[in-house]
Design a protein around this ligand. Structure first.
Ligand code: MRU
Length: 366
């Protein structure tokens, strides 16, 4: 996607394979800054401290982390240890393990002298595939927005109002985003679309990242408090919800940023379709029951007790919003049961939130 008219991705490989550069997402929307990563340890820190975040992007950056390690010590032990180490950076998004396992297999199958080359090639391929997958998700989601736009035009007009949660935009992927890809494609096709952007406490990925992305692309949007979605749905002001996901279980339960479940409940109560944009790299058939078994990241209570923002003087500061001594809990994700999901928007098309349909998705074609 573009920033100030210039094409930009949240990660790019440095010349000569010396490392990679990532956008430090902790600084947005107030500052756009790239940071270099030169080792698997740098990559671990960038993922753990959320310079990079979003399930597909975490996977792609980790894949390059393994390639960096292969350039230093490509022995079986070193590579396996690095995979184990990087998998521990964040627990919920399955794309992290998926990407590392995908790069590791062909690397271990190659002679040691060629392993760095094989790992870089595989990481590059994975990153480019992510772009293609997200573009395909956008094409399939576009059909949903087109149908709603036609229905609204027949009923007197007005934009299609999409509600989204957190940031499942291009900053969370290598490009396009998952939940935002249909929105960007609808906007490019000239369809009237407006996005309700949940602020997404406690880290505010909606207010700081999704709103920034949409603004850069010129997509009409409005940031809302997380608690506003139910009210808007009751009054017919949301036509559909599209959210991303971090891990989808074999039974169709979908894990995403904390607060997604409440939006799905409100959507069901108000007859609003609730779509989950899901690259198949986020499907984890090894987890049978998502509500019961998907590991949920517990994050620091400080994200709840403190807020950061820019003062009128332009300085970014952190302030405390709770009384001294009040403890805070901070589960980072929740799981929306399959029964509340209208469909998954995948790179292969719309898929029902049912075990058989999800299993079929993972079967090789032919
Ligand atoms: O904690 P984060 O910011 O990594 O959480 C991100 C989300 O929950 C996204 O919705 C999800 O990873 C999908 S990204 C296409």
């Amino acid at each position: 996607m573009q920033v100030n008219g210039v094409a930009l991705r949240p990660l790019r490989a440095l010349p000569g394979r010396q490392g990679l550069e990532v956008i430090d997402q902790r600084l947005l929307p107030h500052r756009l800054q790239m940071r270099p990563l030169h080792s698997a340890r740098d990559v671990f820190v960038a993922i753990r401290e959320m310079w990079v975040r979003g399930a597909p992007l975490i996977g792609a950056v980790a894949a390059y982390g393994l390639a960096l390690q292969a350039g230093r010590d490509a022995s079986d032990t070193a590579l396996r240890n690095t995979v184990h180490f990087l998998k521990g950076a964040r627990p919920t998004a399955v794309n992290l393990a998926w990407a590392l396992d995908r790069v590791l297999a062909p690397v271990l199958g190659s002679p040691e002298a060629t392993r760095a080359e094989v790992a870089w090639r595989e990481a590059d391929a994975l990153a480019e595939e992510d772009v293609a997958v997200n573009h395909a998700i956008g094409r399939h989601g576009l059909g949903l927005i087109e149908a709603l736009a036609a229905r609204k035009a027949a009923a007197g007009g007005g934009p299609v109002n999409v509600l989204t949660h957190c940031n499942a935009g291009w900053l969370a992927t290598v490009d396009w985003g998952t939940a935002t890809s249909p929105i960007y494609q609808a906007h490019a096709a000239g369809l009237p679309v407006h996005v309700w952007v949940d602020e997404t406490r406690p880290r505010n990925q909606g207010a700081s990242l999704t709103a920034w992305e949409l603004g850069q692309a010129g997509v009409p949007h409005t940031v809302i408090a997380d608690n506003a979605g139910g009210h808007l749905m009751q009054h017919g002001r949301v036509d559909l919800c599209i959210v991303g996901c971090d891990r989808v279980a074999a039974n169709g339960d979908a894990c995403n940023k904390i607060g997604t479940y409440l939006k799905a409940l409100a959507a069901r109560d108000n007859g609003v379709p609730f779509y989950v944009a899901m690259p198949t790299s986020t499907l984890d058939l090894a987890v049978a029951d998502g509500v019961r078994d998907i590991p949920i990241e517990e994050r620091s209570g400080r994200e709840v007790t403190h807020l950061s923002g820019r003062t009128a003087a332009g300085e970014v500061v952190e302030v405390q919003v709770v009384p001294d001594g009040s403890p805070a809990a901070n589960p980072g994700f929740d799981v929306t049961p399959a029964r509340l999901v209208t469909a998954f928007i995948t790179e292969h098309g719309l898929v029902a939130p049912e075990a058989a349909a999800l299993r079929a998705l993972m079967k090789p074609a032919g």
